[in-house]
Design a protein around this ligand. Structure first.
Ligand code: HEC
Ligand code: HEC
Ligand code: HEC
Ligand code: HEC
Length: 276
């Protein structure tokens, strides 16, 4: 018995070690190996790269002096006014149920590059000491960004969404047509054609997400569809509730194709939320 148990433990250890190694290599293949590595040191930088720094996070985040006009983590760029975008609801599809809020938080963050209006090296806090400048002075762009106006703005193709979001999947939209609030976090959504969202209270705020596992595990992971809790005075009396934003479907740090939280094979991204 005792020997058997020891062997079992040893194989468990071996398994744990190989899992650790897998986790290690998964970590190695991170944002550095994606098109979101805009610095000079990246691997896929034929797309767009800036010679002014080998840092990665700085194009998006700063440890100090971040933009706080929306609840985006330590954002290192100026966010545009929500009202400067044309939203999906203006298309007037008669099937739309959810109320549309002004373009929110993380969507504004993505759009601070993906609307093509500002250079990607325009940051609030440049790398180094005391460098609160409009853009890095020493550096040039390689790739499409070198030929855009302004120089360093995202290339003019489908990756440049522009200011008109009426041809894009709705963002700043209530999940499931609404009805989930902090007071009734597990209520049925007004539109029944949506998957049930999980919820949890973190730091006193109710947050929601949609599990992507075949059997929902009720634990928020970065491979789940994230919903963003917002309170919008004009919607349901300012009740705090979940909205879909760009990063509901996308994780800007993942190495998955087109930065999707999960592979979209079989339209798994779409079917995570829509019951179709
Ligand atoms: C292309 C822009 C971009 C780059 C580059 C980037 N991030 Fe982010 N990051 C974001 C956005 C947008 C969010 C908010 C997304 C969300 O809600 O999941 C975020 C969220 C985060 C979060 C909080 C949510 C989470 O996923 O844990 C952390 C921590 C973070 N980033 C760390 C980093 C670090 C460290 C780097 C550099 C190695 C980095 N990021 C590079 C855009 C970026
Ligand atoms: C600092 C600027 C910047 C920010 C902020 C940013 N991106 Fe990007 N993103 C880029 C660049 C540059 C590319 C590569 C463009 C190209 O292929 O020409 C890119 C590419 C992409 C692509 C296409 C990838 C592919 O393989 O085709 C997706 C999807 C994307 N970004 C989503 C997002 C989302 C979602 C956010 C916010 C969570 C975000 N990005 C924030 C700069 C940015
Ligand atoms: C409801 C889910 C969802 C939301 C919300 C969403 N996207 Fe996407 N996005 C996708 C999927 C799925 C793809 C991959 C499309 C494909 O493979 O053709 C994609 C592709 C992209 C691409 C690459 C386009 C290309 O063909 O190269 C960019 C850039 C992008 N998204 C940016 C954004 C930004 C910025 C926002 C917010 C304004 C956003 N997305 C909101 C699901 C979403
Ligand atoms: C994070 C959850 C989520 C994901 C993932 C998602 N959607 Fe949606 N989608 C919504 C919400 C919420 C609405 C707004 C529905 C409403 O209010 O009627 C919406 C709206 C739409 C609409 C417009 C409906 C209308 O009446 O005008 C279409 C079409 C759509 N989604 C297709 C897709 C496709 C295709 C995908 C995959 C690429 C996808 N969705 C992924 C949540 C999601």
């Amino acid at each position: 018995m005792k020997t058997g148990k020891l062997i079992f433990t040893a194989s468990k250890l071996a398994l744990a070690a190989s899992l650790l190694m897998t986790a290690g290599s998964a970590m190695a293949a991170g944002i550095a190996d994606t098109r979101h590595n805009l610095g000079s040191g990246g691997g896929v930088n034929a797309v767009n790269s800036f010679s002014g720094t080998a840092e990665i996070c700085v194009f998006c985040h700063t440890p100090h002096g971040a933009d706080t006009s929306a609840s985006v983590p330590l954002w290192n760029k100026t966010l545009a006014a929500p009202a400067s975008y044309t939203t999906y609801d203006t298309l007037g599809t008669s099937s739309l149920d959810g109320a549309t809020a002004p373009v929110g938080s993380v969507s504004l963050a993505c759009l601070s590059c993906h609307d093509g209006s500002q250079a990607m090296d325009t940051v609030l806090n440049a790398p180094g000491s005391g460098a609160t400048v409009a853009s890095y002075s020493a550096g040039t762009w390689t790739g499409p960004a070198a030929t855009t106006t302004p120089v360093g703005a995202i290339t003019n193709s489908i990756v440049n969404l522009g200011k008109d979001l009426s041809n894009d999947h709705p963002v700043g939209i209530q999940y499931g047509g609404g009805n989930l609030t902090a007071a009734t976090p597990a209520a049925a959504t007004r539109d029944p054609d949506f998957k049930t969202a999980s919820n949890q209270i973190i730091n006193g705020n109710t947050i929601w997400w949609v599990d992507t596992e075949a059997t929902p595990n009720g634990t928020r992971q970065k491979t789940d569809m994230q919903l963003y809790t917002r309170t919008v005075a004009a919607i349901d009396g300012g009740a705090s509730q979940p909205f879909v934003e760009c990063a509901s479907c996308h994780d800007p740090h993942t190495t998955n194709s087109t930065f999707l939280r999960v592979s979209n094979a079989g339209s798994a991204v779409c079917l995570a939320c829509h019951t179709k």
